[in-house]
Design a protein around this ligand. Structure first.
Ligand SMILES: Cc1cc2nc3c(=O)[nH]c(=O)nc-3n(C[C@H](O)[C@H](O)[C@H](O)COP(=O)(O)OP(=O)(O)OC[C@H]3O[C@@H](n4cnc5c(N)ncnc54)[C@H](O)[C@@H]3O)c2cc1C
Length: 408
């Protein structure tokens, strides 16, 4: 078996070249649709104009949800409801890939919506407990559970030696937010379902970190249930991961660590310029890549204390982690080392890793079509052309269609 695998520069015993495995779950019709979609979103101007048109059409009530459902939504989302996602999760499970139900409604601003997100996240945990083999994690974003300005204020207070004025209404809002996070994490603990807390903008991240460690102190005594997320595109990311491990050792809990590069680079840089503080982002891509891979090594080196999830579409980082596991004699099916990708992207990584016996899961974003549009627009933008080249997804889908039909 090993001898048949192509070698790669890391010498990993897994290869991402095999598109037959990557798209085994897809029919020809699925692939033609994906190819068409990636060809369309390949053009930056088309995505920009299309995004504007879709926003306008949805607000004006034009009947375009059917079209969205069969294109962008089908490619990148698991369904509109938990039950629809559960069906998608069963398909993934056939190929050894887990699902992470991600309620992706964004931009909510009132208490009723925050309560609704809390209830929905708790429902995903119960679904994961029912379908343990196919849904290994749940996830939430803290900004879905409380107001962004409040998180910003808490983060600023945590950073300032002299406390900023703090209103009674803000204290009440913070208490409600903490309670929602606690209700979710306690349910996860009781149901023994691991839960990710996503990382967001640096100016609110200290507040999210504080909540994450409070939860880990409570619920990670026997195993890592709550995972915080570390963004290695920040200059401070690697140091924060190391400090978290020190805190975990000192206070006797297990550290759940999801590693990502980070999703808000342009916004971060722009705000730093506008407000006149040093750019929190690494000076270049290589610095991000180096810290990401060093963070992988650090987690593997401390696996007796840390449970790791590598949230990445970067092939080199995935190969590197596979090689590290081998070097440290860690079995591919170790429950404390997960690879994770987003639904509709990098199936060549997910499915090939799963076939080789590694633990893999995919975020399955879901929610009413109109509410998940911001998520879908980001995915479309991510897949526009870079320096005139076709996006990686388009190349992979076309290559598989060519293999199936001997196309040139
Ligand atoms: C399962 C999963 C969960 C995720 N959860 C989160 C989350 O909680 N929070 C979050 O912020 N993101 C999250 N992301 C998104 C992630 O942060 C990345 O934006 C995305 O995965 C692209 O990075 P990559 O590792 O796949 O690799 P690549 O495509 O190799 O790297 C692209 C990334 O490198 C960094 N980068 C690019 N250019 C530069 C530059 N000039 N200087 C410095 N850095 C640069 C940026 O972070 C960019 O997104 C998640 C991704 C996945 C797959």
């Amino acid at each position: 078996m090993e001898a048949t695998l192509p070698t790669n520069k890391f010498g990993a015993k897994v290869s991402f070249e095999d598109t037959a495995t990557a798209f085994a779950a897809k029919t020809d019709a699925d692939l033609y649709k994906s190819e068409l979609l990636f060809k369309a979103i390949h053009y930056n101007w088309l995505v920009k104009t299309g995004t504007g048109f879709v926003k306008f059409a949805l607000n004006a009530g034009f009947p375009i949800t059917g079209l969205l459902r069969s294109t962008l939504f089908k490619q990148f989302c698991g369904g509109e409801t938990i039950d629809e996602c559960a069906r998608t999760a069963q398909v993934l499970h056939k190929y050894g890939v887990g699902a992470i139900l991600d309620y992706s409604v964004e931009g909510e601003k009132n208490e009723a919506a925050f309560d609704q997100t809390e209830q929905e996240t708790i429902a995903t945990i119960h679904k994961a407990a029912q379908m343990r083999d196919s849904i290994p994690f749940s996830v939430f974003k803290t900004t879905g559970l409380g107001p962004m300005p409040l998180l910003e204020k808490v983060a600023a207070k945590l950073a300032q030696p002299s406390p900023l004025p703090w209103l009674l209404s803000e204290q009440a809002g913070w208490d409600r937010l903490r309670q929602r996070v606690d209700n979710i994490c306690r349910t996860a603990y009781e149901q023994k379902v691991r839960i990710f807390i996503d990382a967001e903008e640096t100016w609110i991240q200290d507040a999210i970190d504080a909540l994450a460690y409070e939860m880990m102190e409570k619920y990670n005594r026997e195993q890592a249930i709550v995972y915080n997320t570390y963004q290695l595109y920040t200059v401070a990311g690697l140091g924060k991961l190391r400090q978290a491990r020190t805190l975990a050792v000192k206070n006797g809990f297990y550290l759940g660590a999801k590693l990502v590069r980070g999703a808000y680079m342009e916004k971060e840089r722009q705000r730093a310029v506008e407000k006149g503080y040093p750019d929190p982002i690494q000076p270049n891509k290589k610095a991000t890549d180096d810290d990401f891979n060093e963070a992988l090594r650090f987690c593997i080196d401390n696996l007796q204390r840390i449970a790791l999830c590598a949230g990445t579409h970067n092939e080199d980082s995935c190969y590197y982690l596979a090689v590290l596991m081998e070097k440290y004699n860690i079995s591919p099916n170790n429950q404390n080392v997960y690879f994770a990708q987003l639904h509709g992207m990098s199936d060549h990584i997910s499915y090939n890793l799963a076939k080789a016996g590694y633990q893999v899961a995919k975020y399955l974003p879901y929610g009413p079509i109109k509410s998940v549009m911001p998520y879908l627009f980001r995915r479309a933008e991510e897949n526009t052309s870079v320096a005139g080249q076709s996006s990686r997804e388009l190349v992979l889908v076309s290559r598989e269609l060519a293999r199936r039909h001997k196309r040139k």
